[in-house]
Each structure stands twice: as structure tokens, then as C-alpha cells.
Design a protein around this ligand. Sequence first.
Ligand code: NAD
Ligand code: LMR
Length: 333
Amino acid sequence: MLATKIFARGFHSSSAAYARKVAVLGAGGIGQPLSLLLKNEGKLVSKLALFDIVNTPGVAADLSHIATPVDVKGYKGTEELDAALQGAEVVVIPAGVPRKPGMTRDDLFKTNAGIVKNLAEACAKNCPKAHFLIISNPVNSTVPIFAEVLKKHGVYNPKHLFGVTTLDVVRASTFVGQVKKANPESIKVHVVGGHSGPTIVPLLSQTGLTFTDEERAALTYRIQYGGDEVVKAKDGTGSATLSMAVAGARFAVSLLKALEGEKGIVEPTFVESPVLKAQGVDFFATKVELGKDGVEKIHPIGALSKYEEELLEKCVPELKANIKKGLDFVKSA
Ligand code: NAD
Ligand code: LMR
């Protein structure tokens, strides 16, 4: 007998459990390789919907020839956005413009804030219970924008909204591995705060490794400004796409596994958080345990060295201002 089961969420092989529909909004430099990685996750993903204002039919046709059970469809133009989102349980959002040399992430606000707000409106209408993974910059502001739109629609669930800061820890592992001449896969660095320059706070003291003052200062700077290295090297053609695709897929796969019931999955992510709420910081990245309903447990910052306390002091005012800017954008609309 053909050992195939059909579940309510779609068709998948007998080895699959409850594979889910994932929508990727923005199938550009990040969205395409990220979709490629998710196309290979046949046990966790049943359907992959690629939405963009351009190019998606070709990208989807290309991906659809890869022999995995993930059903890929492309949706192009705002008139197809609702269909892309209907039934989605996880929505990954790398839509928007990337930086050019000399720009800060905040310079992207004027273009990307509106894009993210419109996509959030569509998500609120079509898949309000989904889990939303925000990659579009400036993450420190786009996550509050997304939250505020969902609130306006009465469908905000803070356990389901994530700013993807995984690239910061991916970079931190790489850079520390280079200095320590160790396999980066064996190095875990807790990076807290937000996702831009001084709001990125790497906690090297928690690695258990020792660093000279010079190593610590150089590594901290490199982790905070790693994005600039790529923007400069790409020389006007964009920012990190391939490393971000890996980082974004890592976070999406971790979440999908946790939704399945796998225990003990912890990823850093920028969420509505009690960690620094007393200081007026409503969203903050620390390690977060993921569970069947998204955010399960938000870990504290943990012990800080004097150097890291000073980094955190510099992070707080900038992060607060970025968050406020996002919230005000929706409130004043
Ligand atoms: P890109 O220009 O290559 O792709 C962006 C895509 O978004 C394009 O295909 C564009 O057509 C599409 N788009 C624009 N408006 C849209 C809309 N309304 N709906 C759907 N799609 C729309 O850019 P990229 O390199 O993929 O970067 C995308 C975003 O991700 C940028 O804002 C960038 O700064 C950010 N980013 C974040 C991180 C992170 O760590 N969170 C890392 C790298 C890049
Ligand atoms: C990154 O960290 O690479 C991204 O946020 C893109 C950027 O603008 O640097």
C-alpha cells in the first residue's frame, strides 16, 4: 500500500508530520535563497508561497522543479497578496529596499516603513494567527510597526511576532571563531538589544572564552558593524543576502520545529520583551525559547562585564527612539 498520508494542512510523505504553509513576502536578494533553503524542508513545509511586486512567477517555476514535496507558488502584484497569505502559518518578510554605502538602516525607514505597514495590514486580514518573522530593515522600527498594525486590527499576539536578528549571532560565531582559530559552529555568542550599530550588544564575556582588551574591542565593533562590511563590498548593489538567507532559514526552521512540539529550541530574536521594560524599552532581543505557540520563554540578559554594561547603556536610548519612531508612524497614519 502506498505509505502516504493526507493531513488537513496538505499533502506530504509518511515521514512528515504537520507540515505548514510558509509565505515569503519579498522574493529578492534574500527572499530567493531563503525560499531555496525552505524548499528543502519537506518535513516542515507543505506549501511555499512567494509574493513580490515583480519576478515571482519565474522564481517559483524554477524552485518548483526541485524534487521535494514542498508545493511552490508565485504571487505577483498586490492583487495576489491575499491569496499568497491565506492559510499561511508562518510569514517571513524580507520585502523592501537594502542599504547603499554611507546609509544607516534608519535611512531605509522612509521607504520600508510603508511597505511593512501595508504587508502587516494584509497579514491582519488574511492570516492573523500566523507567526510573523520580520527581516526588513530597520528591524528596530519595522517590528513595532507590525505590532501596532496588528493591534489596530485587534489581532496582535506578541508570542507570534519576531524580529530576525539571527545574522548577528551567525556573524559573532564566525568572527570569534576566526580570532580563536576554532570551528565557528562550536562557538555560541549571546547578542542582545536590537539590529543596528550600537543597539547590537554582543556579550563576549558569556562565551567562557578569554579575550584581550584589543580583541574584545575589535570583535565587538565587527559584530556591531558587520552589515557595513558587506554593504561596502557590494559597492551599491545591496547588502547581505546569502548569509541572511541562511540566518533567516535557521530561524524559520527552528520555529517550525518548535511549532511541531520539539523542545529546548532557543534562538535570539527581537520580540516584545519584559527584559528592559522598566527602562521604557518595549522590544528587545535576547535568547528566546520557542514552543508550540511561538515565544515560550524570554531569557534574561544574564551577567554583564563592565564593558558590556557600558555598551548596553549606549544601546538603550537609540533603541527606544527607533521603537518610538515605528509606533508613531502607525499611530499618526
Ligand atoms: P532586494 O532589493 O534584493 O529584495 C527586496 C525585494 O522586496 C525586491 O524583490 C522588491 O521587489 C520587494 N518588494 C518591494 N516592495 C515590496 C512590497 N510592497 N511587497 C513585496 N515585496 C516588495 O533586498 P534584500 O537584499 O532582499 O533585502 C531586503 C530587506 O532585508 C532590506 O530592507 C534589508 O535591509 C533587510 N535585511 C535585513 C537583515 C537582517 O538581519 N534582519 C539582513 C539583511 C538585509
Ligand atoms: C545586515 O546586518 O547585514 C543587514 O541588516 C543589512 C544591512 O543593511 O547591513
